[in-house]
Design a protein around this ligand. Structure first.
Ligand code: VTB
Ligand code: MG
Ligand code: MG
Length: 334
C-alpha cells in the first residue's frame, strides 16, 4: 500500500461526499422507476440494487455495507460486509435501501424511496441480530421531550406541548399491521389522529421531522435496518428517534443475547448512529409528500432527491433531469 493511501485512511468523510451520493440514489430510483405498478417487486428491487451497486463503486470512499436490508425482505442484496466505493478516501459505514417500499413500487403507491446513508466507520449499530424494532420518532421541535418507556398518551401530550398544538391536532404515522392493534387503540384513546402507511416507515419518520408534512410523530414496530437509516436522517434534520429491539421469536431472543444486546434498553439516535459525520440521501421513486417520483418525458426523465449532512445541518432538495440515452450506460433504463 502506498504512503498516500495509508495517510488518506484517517480522513473523515467530507462535504463533497453528499453530492456524490445523490447520483447513487438517483440511479437506483431511475432503474426502479421502470417497475412502478408492474406487480413485480423483486425485479424492481433487483434493478435498483444493480444500479446502486454500479454507481456506489464510483463514490470516493472505502465503504463497508453495514445495513444491507436484503436479508429481511429476501431481496437481492448489497450484502452486509460488502466493500463499496472506489477504494480511496475515508473509511465509512454504509447503509443502503435501494427501495424502501418494494410493495409501494409494485403497486404504484406513494412514497417508495431509494435511500443511502453514510457515516464514519464503526458508527452504525449492527442490526443483524433482530429484524424488528419498536420506534418513536419526532422532528426537531419535539426532540428531547419523548420517552419510549413512557405511555403512548404521555408521549403524544409531550409532542403536542412542544409543538404548541392540541393533542387532537397531533397526527401519528403508523405502519398498518395487526401487531399495532394495541398501539392504535392507545393513540385513539389519547385523542390523536393516525395516518396509516402500508410500507415505508423511513419516509414516515422523515415526514414527522419535516414542516408541513401533516405528520407529527412516527410510532410502532418496523424493520431494524430502516430504524438505523431513519436515525441517520433524523440526525441530519435535528430530530430524534428512540427504539427498542423487538425479537420476533425465541431464536431471535437468543441471537440478541448472544450479541450482548439488552432487549429492554432504549436505544437513542446516537446509539443507532454515533458521531456527527452522517450523510443521508434519498430519491423518490413514486410520488410522495416528501419527494416527487421518477417522471418520464421524451428522451428525458426527472428525479427529486433530498441530501443532508449532520455536521452542517444542510438539507438540499435536488431536482435532476436525465437524458435517457445516456442512462442506458449505467442504469439499465430503456
Ligand atoms: C418497515 C417499512 C418497510 O418493512 O420497516 C416494514 O419501512 C416492517 O416490516 O418499507 P413488515 O413489512 O414485515 O411489517 C417494510 O415494509 C419493507 O421493508
Ligand atoms: Mg428495500
Ligand atoms: Mg426497506
Amino acid at each position: 500500500m502506498s504512503t498516500s493511501t495509508t495517510e488518506s485512511r484517517n480522513e473523515a468523510p467530507d462535504r463533497n461526499l453528499a453530492m456524490e451520493l445523490v447520483r447513487v440514489t438517483e440511479a437506483a430510483a431511475m432503474a426502479a422507476g421502470r417497475w412502478v405498478g408492474r406487480g413485480d417487486k423483486n425485479s424492481g428491487d433487483g434493478a435498483a440494487v444493480d444500479a446502486m451497486r454500479k454507481l456506489i463503486g464510483t463514490v470516493s470512499m472505502r465503504g463497508v455495507v453495514v445495513i444491507g436490508e436484503g436479508e429481511k425482505d429476501e431481496a437481492p442484496m448489497l450484502f452486509n460486509g460488502e466493500e463499496v466505493g472506489n477504494g480511496e478516501g475515508p473509511d465509512c459505514d454504509v447503509a443502503v435501501d435501494p427501495i424502501d417500499g418494494t410493495t409501494l413500487l409494485s403497486k404504484g403507491m406513494p412514497n417508495a424511496l431509494a435511500v443511502l446513508a453514510v457515516s464514519e466507520r464503526g458508527a452504525m449499530f449492527d442490526p443483524s441480530a433482530v429484524f424488528y424494532m419498536e420506534k418513536l420518532a419526532v422532528g426537531p421541535e419535539a426532540a428531547g421531550v419523548i420517552d419510549l418507556s413512557a405511555p403512548t398518551a404521555e408521549n403524544i401530550r409531550r409532542v403536542a406541548k412542544a409543538k404548541h398544538i392540541d393533542v387532537s391536532d397531533v397526527t401519528v404515522c403508523i405502519l398498518d399491521r395487526p401487531r399495532h392493534e394495541q398501539l392504535v387503540k392507545e393513540v385513539r384513546e389519547a385523542g390523536a389522529r393516525i395516518q396509516f402507511i402500508s410500507d415505508g416507515d423511513v419516509a414516515g419518520a422523515i415526514a414527522a421531522a419535516r414542516p408541513d408534512s401533516g405528520v407529527d410523530m412516527l410510532m410502532g414496530i418496523g424493520g431494524t435496518p430502516e430504524g438505523i437509516i431513519t436515525a441517520c436522517a433524523l440526525k441530519c434534520l435535528g430530530g430524534e428517534i428512540q427504539t427498542r429491539l423487538w425479537p420476533k421469536d425465541d431464536d431471535e431472543r437468543r441471537k440478541v443475547a448472544d450479541a450482548g444486546h439488552d432487549v429492554e434498553r432504549v436505544l437513542s439516535t446516537s446509539d443507532l448512529v454515533r458521531g456527527d459525520n452522517v450523510f443521508f440521501c434519498a430519491t423518490g421513486i413514486t410520488d410522495g409528500a416528501l419527494l416527487k417520483g421518477v417522471h418520464y418525458r421524451a428522451n428525458r426523465c426527472s428525479t427529486q432527491s433530498i441530501v443532508m449532512r449532520s455536521k452542517s445541518g444542510t438539507v438540499r432538495m435536488i431536482d435532476g433531469s436525465h437524458r435517457l440515452s445516456k442512462l442506458r450506460e449505467y442504469a439499465n433504463v430503456d
